[in-house]
Design a protein around this ligand. Structure first.
Ligand code: COA
Length: 323
């Protein structure tokens, strides 16, 4: 597998911690000290589809591939605009990739890692050659804005990558899930209600989280998954040039850095600007570090995601970039 091009997109509206403090009982000090988040981008005009399409178009342009050569589109999302059709099919129609098979996967904030791994598995059949993989979310519509313990943490955005079956950039991939812990981070769908079981009008359901359980899961699981991915890739942790972790919380990233005995400077971060954008965070940050030229040719980098499911994924990539 080789990454040919990446892109990202965010809503225009930014909302600072002080903006939130004006409409709910919170403060910049509380949010910043516990999470590192300073602001987030919140969709007003945008949708999950429009953000995904914008990120996809940038990735396709930079990959310099014809849309007709894309034969696979996988979107990772927990906040699609429709239950069906899938986000991937909406993106396919918008970018004109009419020869692609398109579908969504749901793996929470680890979604992009699961999409990357799925593309790799499709490539290994020999039948697929170029995949567009996207993480895109509008989590703001899934928040209970009267629940200050969750709504301040999340934001909206999208990240995309065009990957090809040529090349050997993906050195290892580790994935896992713990469904038994899943209720720590959940959002109900509509309940069964029909002619034979009438529940009447239902309110929308919103994100519910046991923050402390999710925190403990993340600091336990991410170092383990990263170490396993490094071992599989026969790469020493000190030889990793950059870590791109899911951007949930600065304290989680600090704890992972400490457990891996690595300096925090090797951990790219943009959660201060975007908050937690779930499946979009890893591809959007990857796009950012590539555009900032923080990755050199031959660098080994680690991507890691974790979240609702509970689910996690980590991989080691050997980067090929034009200097
Ligand atoms: N502003 C001010 N106070 C808030 C608040 C907010 N936005 N949200 C919660 N509080 C209050 C609570 O009501 C509680 O008050 P009480 O002690 O009077 O009952 C108190 O702050 C809880 O504080 P504390 O226990 O110090 O919080 P914490 O250190 O556990 O941090 C999280 C809370 C959510 C930041 C932390 O648990 C966390 O980061 N968890 C991981 C969440 C995550 O990343 N999820 C997504 C993973 S994909």
């Amino acid at each position: 597998m080789k990454i040919l091009g990446t892109g990202s997109a965010f809503p225009k509206k930014t909302v600072t911690n002080d903006d939130l403090a004006q409409v709910m009982d919170t403060s910049d000090e509380w949010i910043r000290s516990r999470t590192g988040i300073e602001r987030r981008h919140i969709a007003v005009e945008e949708t999950t589809t429009s953000l995904a399409v914008e990120a996809a178009r940038l990735a396709i342009d930079r990959a310099k591939v014809s849309v007709l050569d894309i034969d696979l589109i996988i979107c990772a999302t927990v906040s699609p605009d429709y239950i069906f059709p899938t986000l991937a099919c909406e993106v396919q129609a918008a970018v004109g990739a009419s020869r692609a098979a398109a579908f969504d996967i749901g793996a929470g904030c680890a979604g992009f890692l699961f999409a990357l791994s799925t593309a790799d598995a499709y490539f290994s059949t020999g039948k697929f050659h170029n995949a567009l993989i996207i993480g895109a979310e509008t989590l703001s519509k899934m928040m209970d804005w009267s629940d200050r313990s969750t709504c301040v943490l999340f934001g909206d955005g999208a990240g995309a990558a065009v990957v090809s079956a040529e090349g050997n950039q993906l050195l290892s991939m580790v994935q896992g899930s713990d469904g038994a812990g899943g209720m720590a981070l959940k959002c109900n769908n509509r309940p069964v209600s029909n002619l034979y079981r009438q529940l009447g009008a239902q309110n929308y359901s919103y994100t519910e989280m046991d923050g402390s359980a999710v925190y403990k899961f993340a600091v336990r699981t991410v170092p383990m998954a990263v170490s396993e991915a490094l071992e599989q890739a026969k790469t020493a942790v000190d030889d990793v040039a950059l870590f791109i972790l899911h951007q949930a919380n600065r304290r989680i990233i600090e704890a992972v850095a400490k457990r891996l005995r690595q300096p925090l400077e090797k951990f790219a971060m943009n959660l201060q600007e975007y908050g937690n954008i779930s499946a979009a965070s890893v591809p959007a940050l990857l796009d950012q570090v590539l555009r900032e030229k923080r990755v050199k040719n031959g660098d080994r980098i680690v991507l890691a995601g974790f979240g609702a499911g509970l689910t996690w994924g980590a991989c080691v990539l050997e980067m090929q970039v034009e200097e």
